[in-house]
Design a protein around this ligand. Structure first.
Ligand code: ADP
Ligand code: MG
Ligand code: MG
Length: 200
């Protein structure tokens, strides 16, 4: 399915349902190495996007993604809000710049770089970036959606053994090892939902 032919309203509904379903799980992951609010934060963000889905879906894809990013910044809060917000806003801007002929993978790479700058973080720091980098690499090599979804889950799981170097989890030092990162987990859940949509 070409990207701009996707039913964005339907995709938003699916993402919102997925986060709702895993809200408590994300909260538990964040309780182990943070302050326990990641599930509630993400749920609040996706609810807000869901309420605006009709307006958002009426926009051209780049503007729609930028709008989603803005809503996420305003509603998720915490550390994750500005990071997810930056990702979507920069992705939308990157697609707009290329005037519709955009290379999605290239725009995503630039958006991920913007998230890394914003969080002053990089690969192996035990954050959502540890899912974003490998997912982008799979998209860039035109992997099938089910392959990208599997990569997202594996990447989130791999954060369990990492030592957190950014965000609240970094305050725990070595005690952060042995727990999956909540942001990596929510990121994988969203990536898997989007992949499943494009697989069908
Ligand atoms: P808070 O830590 O403010 O309560 P959340 O619980 O909603 O915010 O989000 C925590 C997640 O945000 C972490 O699991 C991690 O993936 C991500 N995160 C936190 N700080 C950074 C950072 N500096 N760079 C990248 N990701 C980060
Ligand atoms: Mg938290
Ligand atoms: Mg918090």
């Amino acid at each position: 399915m070409p990207l701009d032919a996707c039913d964005l309203s339907q995709l938003i509904s699916l993402c919102r349902a997925q986060i709702e379903r895993h809200c408590e799980h994300l909260g538990r992951l964040d309780s182990a190495i943070g302050d326990g609010d990641h599930g509630a934060n993400m749920k609040r963000g996706l609810e807000a996007v869901y309420r605006e889905r009709a307006d958002i879906a009426s926009l051209p894809l780049p503007a729609a993604l930028e709008r989603i990013g803005l809503v996420l910044v305003m509603t998720i809060g915490g550390a994750a809000g500005p990071l997810y917000g930056t990702l979507l806003m920069e992705l939308g801007r990157g697609l707009a710049d290329e005037g519709g002929r955009a290379d999605f993978a290239a725009s995503l790479a630039r958006a991920i770089a913007a998230v890394a700058r914003r969080g002053r973080s990089g690969p192996g720091d035990k954050t959502l970036l540890d899912v974003l980098y490998p997912v982008q690499a799979e998209i860039a090599r035109h992997a099938a959606p089910d392959r990208i979804a599997a990569c997202a889950r594996t990447a989130a799981q791999a954060t369990e053994m990492m030592l957190a170097r950014r965000g609240r989890a970094s305050y725990l030092g070595a005690r952060s090892v042995g727990h999956e990162d909540p942001g990596a987990s929510s990121c994988a859940l969203l990536a898997m939902t989007i992949c499943q949509y494009f697989q069908e």
